[in-house]
Design a protein. Structure first.
Length: 601
């Protein structure tokens, strides 16, 4: 439902990518940074194994989600490239209790969620959440040779591999404790996703036992302290740890893709407001990422440090913004990501924003130190870079919020895997000829409209529309695969015992695989799968407050919800953009319905 955002996967890493403005050109979700209460959640293997967070975070513990579209590296560092997703958890108050829910629905989906908090006093509050989720997934077929993927499981020569379910098995938990200026967070997420590896075959199955296992586990802790000198100045420090474990397999050799990363980040920031119209923040951080496992050619460590500053000053109707971050990694030259902008408020309702910002995405061990039968890592990779210019006009009053944004982005030094004629390494005595290079460029031009409208006391409406075009460094238009057009809208009703929301997302037709191959001068592939076409994703969510329905007063609540997804039962496929060996892959399940019972006490 988010403007200019497309949830996608490339097959190998299921439900893994939140592409903003179509600017993700990899199977990894490393162009969007996820934060938990402002602290980074990054895996130290690829920087983009985010399916653990998208699929398993305890929803009942979330207060709201803040989303920034566009570069954000000035304050947030690597991966804040096309956008930032900041998950803000609930903070306990005297009224806070516990919410527990159970869900059952299509594909034998079962989910249990718990979230709540304890307000001990004004100095101490505790928040927590937990989630368990399991489903059998929609049923799709597959093949071994990588040339065809058909729903009935048949392949070109008539043999049949059979069908598999795209299952999910997730669990997670988090704890957040705040005492005066001290904040401690801890979290754990685990996912056993279904996936397949090129050549297309049912390689990873959702099994916790046996010789075919794929799992991703993430561990997170953060300890932060903020000292307020007075109402104008404060000093904060954080130590953040992200541990990530990925266990897969290659050629049926268990643990041959096992990888473990341990990332520790130490950050200090000083911020102040020396006058009413002037604010600033300056800070620095040290980032140490260690990695190990058969996936890599050696156990290693990558360290980097950054310093940053940003300030804003308002005079009359104008607010000026300026900032920069300097980032330095081992064995690489430092790079600087600047940001400059202005916000003009012509009156209480109408304004305009102009912003130029840059960002970077550092290379990760899966690119610099990978040890594989088909390719080797390149330790000399530079960060991927992006610069974006945005111009926005906005209007708002008590019942209406609208904005129109134009943006232009230029991406350089994109990291691509390229096969050459010369040897780049060895794997178990075999020569490998492919490695990673800073070889890609992309340009994006787009426009976004957003609107929120309060129609009455009970009804509200929201909508957003995006149109964008892209071109790569070779002059191929729409080479980023993503649809040019997205249009999303929803109608919400809230009143008495009933809350209901009807939402539809329209996604235009994506760029076809054979078009990309033709533009690159490569032979076309046979299109045995359905063509990736435009589609509508319609959903309905209805929630009943049982005690209110019965006109019974209670300090507790029992809520019953029914949620329907893909109500039009669209057949949804998307281009296989990881290797361009298939014309399409199934993206979304057909019509599904779920029931949820929640207790608040």
């Amino acid at each position: 439902r988010v403007t200019s955002t497309y949830m996608i996967h490339a097959g190998t890493y299921m439900w893994n990518i939140a592409s903003m403005r179509g600017q993700n050109v990899s199977v990894f979700d490393n162009h969007v940074l996820i934060l938990l209460n402002g602290r980074p959640l990054r895996d130290g293997i690829s920087g983009g194994h985010n399916n653990v967070f998208y699929n398993s975070f305890p929803v009942e513990g979330i207060d709201h989600i803040e989303i920034i579209r566009g570069p954000g590296s000035v304050l947030y560092g690597s991966n804040a490239y096309s956008g930032v997703i900041n998950i803000i958890t609930k903070k306990a108050t005297e009224e806070t209790g516990v919410e527990a829910s159970a869900t059952y629905g299509s594909f034998n989906t079962m989910a249990i969620n718990v979230g709540g908090g304890v307000h001990v006093n004004d100095d101490l509050n505790i928040n927590f959440g937990g989630r368990f989720y399991n489903d059998d997934g929609p049923d799709f077929g597959g093949v071994y040779d990588g040339s065809i993927l058909k729903p009935d499981g048949t392949i070109k020569n008539g043999s049949k591999l059979g069908n598999e379910n795209w299952t999910r098995d997730n669990s997670s938990a988090f704890l957040n404790v705040n005492y005066k200026g001290l904040a401690v967070m801890a979290g754990y997420g685990e996912m056993y996703p279904f996936g397949f590896t090129p050549p297309i075959k049912w390689e990873w199955k959702n099994q916790k036992a046996g010789d075919e296992i794929s799992s991703m586990k993430h561990y997170f802790t953060d300890v932060g302290y903020t000292h307020e000198f007075n109402d104008s100045y404060s000093l904060s420090g954080n130590v953040t740890y992200n541990g990530h474990k990925w266990q897969g397999m290659v050629d049926s050799v268990a643990d041959s893709k096992k990888a473990l990363s341990k990332n520790t980040l130490v950050e200090v920031a000083f911020q102040g407001s020396p006058m009413d119209d002037f604010n600033f923040i300056v800070g620095g951080l040290f980032d140490n990422n260690s990695f190990e496992g058969p996936l890599f050619n050696e156990t290693g460590t990558i360290s980097k440090y950054s310093v940053y500053a940003q300030a804003d000053y308002r005079f009359s109707i104008v607010k000026l913004i300026a900032g920069a971050q300097m980032n330095k990694s081992e064995n690489l030259d430092a790079n600087i990501s600047p940001r400059i902008g202005a916000v003009l408020n012509f009156n209480d309702n109408i304004g305009m924003k102009l912003l130029y910002s840059t960002a970077f995405r550092s290379a990760y061990p899966q690119e610099t130190n990978v040890y594989h039968s088909l390719y080797s890592g390149n330790p000399d990779l530079k960060p991927e870079l992006i610069n974006t210019f945005e111009a926005q006009v906005f209007y708002q009053n008590e019942k209406v919020q609208t904005s129109l944004t134009f943006y232009q982005s230029h991406m350089t030094d994109l990291i691509n895997k390229i096969k050459g004629a010369d040897s780049v390494g060895e794997y178990n005595g075999n020569t490998t000829y492919a490695t990673f290079y800073n070889d890609g460029e992309f340009d994006f031009l787009g426009v976004e409209f957003e609107g929120k409208f309060s129609l009455s006391e009970h009804f509200s409406l929201f909508t957003n529309i995006t149109y964008q075009q892209s071109e790569d460094g070779n002059g191929i238009k729409d080479a980023a695969v993503w649809p040019n057009t997205m249009a999303k809208g929803g109608l919400m009703y809230t009143g008495g015992f009933l809350t209901a929301g009807l939402h539809n997302s329209y996604f235009g037709q994506p760029t076809q695989v054979n078009y990309i191959l033709e533009q690159k001068g490569k032979p076309a592939i046979e299109s045995f799968n359905p063509e990736a076409t435009a589609y509508n994703l319609l959903s309905l969510n209805v929630t009943l407050d049982i005690f209110s329905l019965m006109k019974k007063e209670s300090k507790y609540k029992i809520l019953f919800s029914i949620y329907g997804d893909n109500l039009l039962d669209e057949s949804i496929w998307f281009p296989e953009f990881a290797r361009y060996e298939l014309n399409s892959l199934p993206l979304h399940a057909g019509r599904s319905v779920y029931g949820k019972l929640a207790f608040q006490f």
